[in-house]
Design a protein around this ligand. Structure first.
Ligand code: MG
Length: 474
């Protein structure tokens, strides 16, 4: 083949690839890449919004988002506690693949040395490659040492607390543990508020935290209205200790927890308003969800999983099924979607909408749900693995969920039960997981078992990023 012919065939091959890529992209023909905003609440349960049935927490902005967009009722997180759940969302991979879950330490602590490995690709890194401006506002919890911070993981800027708002405790001796939470003061929790990588305030004034996060989100939108952007707004609340700004205190009949959720809802309204004002609303996908279920042991300071069983820290539905709302006027088809989805799928959705290829050098665990969002077709997701640490406690296939191990959240007497005969529930018919039907459906038990074996065969052990902690010199 002479050089001219070779060049021609290379050009036509490249043309064919471009054509193939554009024909699989549902947003082809779109003038510009859409902006993407992910709003992530902390420890907000399935039953904590009025559009998900809460009788006294009133969330008109989220209700509006759900009405104008899609409300998903079978949407799951990658783990029922903060660190692994967040790793799953940002990487599109079960945290067992990145080492961001552990059987020794459930989350990262201020004395932890690990964090998200450099070879993981976050949604922010992926979108940066597609020309997006990226910002993280709020809770990080994927490592607080410099190399693990958002600014070293694809985000152009960061403003937030790098871990949970209940850490770095500085409790005065005379105050009981209960008082620390029920009469919380910012100074009891010496958590840093960072701007990019530098300490901006310590302890962070938590009373104004949600308000300031909302304001930072609105500023970012306005400052970047002329170019595609990705905003990851991960609220520290309603994780305990609860704080709300003066303007929001006492506004809800559900006590302080309700006030906090309503302040988050108020911020959602401010964000939607900013999008309308800048004319970006028709070119922006907004996603709202939560990192795990409600922290039930904190009683009225924890949320509610509604009709779902149990909460945070467990692999029952209440621990891992969360509210999820998708909004993009004129694009996302308004509906209540009762098919399965997961935060693991957000990486695929963002990649596809931005017109960027998925990584091919690693196992990805997500599905591209954008055809469901845009055209209401069948969800490609039909299974989910419910991990606790590095173990699979349960698995769902279609309407059926099989529990191998059940265990309550964190308590010392944690009632871990390894079921010699796994429990089977039809979570579409029986979302509260009350009626074990394993004996009636042995073929379903067998099919899920096979699916789990095949999944496990593709999990390669990696370094546990959560295990290592510096001992306190006391
Ligand atoms: Mg959480």
């Amino acid at each position: 083949m002479n050089r001219h012919l070779l060049q021609l065939s290379i050009i036509s091959f490249a043309g064919l690839i471009t054509l193939l890529m554009s024909s699989t992209n549902p947003v082809k023909g779109q003038k510009s890449q859409p902006n993407i905003i992910i709003i992530f609440a902390d420890d907000l349960g399935y039953g904590d919004l009025s559009c998900y049935g809460h009788p006294t927490i009133i969330t008109p902005q989220l209700d509006k988002m759900a009405y104008e967009g899609q409300k998903w009722t079978n949407f799951y997180v990658a783990a029922s506690v903060c660190t692994p759940s967040r790793a799953g969302l940002l990487t599109g991979r079960y945290p067992v693949r990145s080492g961001m879950c552990s059987d020794k330490s459930r989350v990262l602590f201020p004395n932890s040395t690990g964090g998200i490995p450099q070879n993981e690709i976050t949604i922010a890194e992926q979108l940066k490659n597609a020309g997006y401006t990226t910002a993280a506002v709020g809770k990080w919890h994927l490592g607080h040492r410099k190399e693990f911070l958002p600014t070293n993981n694809g985000f152009d800027s960061y403003f937030g607390i790098p871990y949970s708002n209940d850490m770095d405790r500085k409790k005065p001796k005379e105050i009981s543990r209960k008082e620390v939470f029920w009469e919380a003061k910012s100074e009891y929790f010496n958590v840093p508020l960072l701007k990019d990588e530098a300490e901006y305030e310590r302890p962070a004034n938590q009373e104004t935290l949600t308000k300031r996060y909302n304001e930072a989100a609105v500023s970012f939108i306005k400052e970047n209205k002329d170019k595609p952007f990705f905003l990851y707004l991960a609220h520290n609340l309603p994780h305990v200790p609860l704080f709300a700004s003066k303007e929001m205190l006492g506004k809800s009949k559900r006590g302080l927890f309700g006030d906090v959720v309503q302040e988050i809802d108020h911020g959602v309204g401010q964000i939607m308003e900013a999008l309308k004002e800048t004319g970006l609303d028709e070119n922006t996908l907004v996603v709202f969800t939560s990192d795990n279920g409600p922290w039930l042991s904190y009683e009225d300071h924890g949320g509610s999983a509604g009709l779902l069983h149990d909460g945070k820290g467990t692999t029952w539905e209440g621990g891992m099924r969360v509210p999820a709302i998708f909004w993009w006027p004129g694009k996302v088809k308004p509906a209540v979607v009762d098919q399965m989805g997961s935060t693991l799928d957000l990486f695929n959705i963002c990649s596809n909408l931005a017109g960027i290829e998925m990584p091919v050098d690693r196992i990805m665990d997500g599905y591209d749900l954008s055809p469901v969002l845009l055209d209401l077709v069948q969800s490609p997701r039909e299974e989910l693995y419910y991990y606790r640490g590095t173990s699979i406690y349960a698995a769902r296939k279609g309407p059926y969920k099989l529990h191998y191990i059940t265990e309550t959240e964190y308590t010392k007497d944690n009632n871990k039960i390894v079921h010699e005969k796994p429990l089977l529930y039809n979570v579409e018919v029986d979302p509260s997981e009350k009626y074990n039907i394993a004996d009636e459906f042995p073929e379903v038990v067998e099919a899920i078992d096979l699916m789990v074996k095949q999944h496990k065969a593709k999990v390669v052990p990696v370094k546990d990023q959560l295990a290592e902690r510096i001992k306190k010199n006391k």
